[in-house]
Design a protein around this ligand. Sequence first.
Ligand code: HEM
Length: 552
Amino acid sequence: MSTSLKDLIGPAIVLGVLNHVYFHRFEPASAGGPFLALAVQPLLLVAPIDPAKLAPATVGMVTLAFLASLSISIVAYRLSPWHPLAKVPGPLLPRITKWWGVWLTYSGKQHRVIKALHDRYGECVRTGPNEVSIIRLEAVKEVLGAKGLQKGQYYEPQVDPHLKIRNVITATGDEHTHRRRAWLRGMSPESLKEFEVLVAKRLEQLLARLDGLAVEGPVNIAAWLGYFAFDFMGDMAFGGGFEMIRDGGDKEGYWTLLRQSNIVIAALSHVPWLAPTIYGLPFVTESSKKLRAFGSRIAANRIRDGPKLTKDLWYHLMDEDGHEKEKPLMKNVVSEGILAIIAGSDTTSVALSSLLWCLLTHPDIYARVQAEVDAVYPVAEHILDDCSKHSELVFLTACLNEALRLFPPVPTGGARQVPTGESRLIAGRWVIPERTQVFIPPYAIQRSAEYFSPAPDAFDPDRWLRGADSETTTTPAALIAFSYGPANCVGRPLAWREMLMVASALLKRYDMRFAVSAAAGGVKEHEKYPDLLDDVFITNVRGRLMVEMKLR
Ligand code: HEM
């Protein structure tokens, strides 16, 4: 008896469902094997047919039936009441597929869309088939805190695909504690004092450049703050490496390279199983090879020349003063150094750009904060050599807190993962099942009226200074721009030092206002600034921030 197409459709459908059951149970870590298995199975089904009588249409129909049944089975399960996250509200598309998250990352709008979903569906929203986003204060501690959840598959695409090196941001458990120890030495008060010298040197260079540019016309201050932060991080991590202030741009192309690879990584974090396949593509490998070569080159320079003005981060990460029993491996330290540049440059410069944007949109607040800087630093030079007065910059600190609240440089952050085999009760109300990815997005929680009211979307630095009263709510614990818990931002003290030095220097030296530009479509260029902050894990400023700067 010969096998016909009709005989094969039923088995193809059953096989599709069985594949879903298998992959659901044994989640693949990479796409290569599963893709091959999916391609081979329809061919095995048609194998009994005499090849001479096998029409290509038959193979096509069997494959179609197999893939359609697999897809329908997956979608039906994800939408069904039996899915463990069935009771968590959320829109249809993300319940079905993680490709929605990939698209959202490429669009740059992830933070704004997630906030809109919280506005609509509440404090816990299903943002993926196995993913939730929570903006309840108790969840900050329960998810990000010491007894919370660990980083999971979301961070896998950040691991170097060739060297398989984990740095402090991708390591978990004891490995994380060990790596973080060296970072903490690098961020001690003594180290910070040394880094101040490096900030001051670059800040002087920036101010000299801005003095010259300011007389020529409006300056894209967002770009120049980016050059500053990048040059400084190169000095701080490797004792040098970039000269973007000198060159007036990214002449070497490393900034662009880092940003491009950040976008790819941020998108792949939603589909980590695809990362090994994508990283196998030559043009993708090319950019990660270039980055590694660059890291090794500046590391080699650093080893040859030693620290420049002061002990740099390399000194601490490489354990040059011999705290650890075993010296760290060179490749690990290169990876940490590159991480420092990624984690510490765009974050700080975006925070400063957003602060300036907020101040320039509120001239009354600008005037108050400028008056404070003038009072604390009557002599401009002392901004560069006396950080002991930072505690007196109370209003500037409030303005920075408010800018970090409205525009957190890491707007959504990375997901933590519920361990296999257990579920977690979060905030006493949501039972989150095993292997779920859990986001606590700073942008959405920091604009929640529950924690900041009235007017949670308004720039109101005074909310940080008002005492508690019955009319207003300010919840410092809900400001998580630097994250929370054992994997919070290890560079926080340095970031604050840098931000206060740069902001005071700019306010002291210049009178600034938005450049007058023709309104495009009725919207002035500076009004578009918030919409051009792309959330690609770290914010990318897609637009310009054109400012007229007049020496005072
Ligand atoms: C305003 C500036 C900054 C902001 C808002 C910021 C924010 C953050 C956030 C939200 C995280 C957690 C990321 C996650 O959970 O995946 C983080 C981690 C980290 N940040 Fe920052 N950061 C800033 C500046 C810096 C600076 C200047 C450095 C210094 C090099 C730095 C180094 C790091 C490192 C190494 C981690 C990983 C820590 C760990 O996993 O233990 N950051 N940062």
